[in-house]
Design a protein around this ligand. Structure first.
Ligand SMILES: [Fe+2]
Length: 192
């Protein structure tokens, strides 16, 4: 991708501004992007792939521009209708990104970041390896950050508890091999 162009810098600022609309979990996308970089480095990705991993993390929820703040910040369970609105955000984000030259892979990662390997995710219900690799990485980084940071309606989980949840959901929500790799980097970063 060769260095950050002005257009790209503006896009990153825009993605961070969308994130800031979530009053309970601001800077989530920045933290997910950092986890994606650590993960990509651990998996020995090339410099260009590490860039893609970073940008996919920053941009993954950009489609939430279409979700009203009252839903984003609702401190209670969403109604069926509200959840249907939330479920549109991967597709909306992918459409926003897919027209930009060089962003095709990022758009693809964003489009599938809420799919689950058992096919019970959204919006398409794709299964296993049909879900792009970057999206399967994103699913883990996204969930880990969501669990370990404060939300409107609950206290953060400890890292150990979050890794326990990930282990339980490995093979259903998360790709088992990618879950194992992710867990090993979190454990290594804690110096355990
Ligand atoms: Fe999302």
């Amino acid at each position: 991708m060769g260095g950050l162009t002005n257009e790209l810098t503006s896009f990153i600022k825009f993605a961070k501004a969308i994130d800031a609309r979530n009053s309970c979990n601001g800077k989530h996308s920045e933290r997910v992007a950092k986890l994606m970089v650590d993960f990509a480095e651990h998996l020995a990705f090339s410099r260009e792939e590490i860039n893609l991993a970073y940008l996919s993390g920053v941009m993954h929820d950009i489609g939430k521009i279409g979700v009203p703040e009252i839903i984003l910040n609702k401190p209670a369970r969403l109604t069926k209708r509200e959840f249907a609105i939330v479920k549109r955000h991967p597709g909306v984000g992918a459409e926003m990104l897919s027209g930009i030259s060089g962003f095709e892979k990022i758009a693809e990662a964003v489009r599938y970041h809420h799919e689950r390997v058992d096919g019970k995710g959204y919006p398409y219900g794709l299964q296993g390896q049909r879900i792009p690799f970057l999206s399967r990485m994103l699913a883990l980084c996204d969930a880990y950050d969501a669990m370990t940071t404060i939300r409107c309606y609950r206290k953060p989980f400890t890292s150990d508890r979050a890794l326990g949840e990930i282990a339980q959901l490995s093979g259903t929500q998360f790709d088992p091999e990618i879950s194992r790799e992710f867990t090993s980097i979190v454990v290594d970063s804690q110096g355990v």
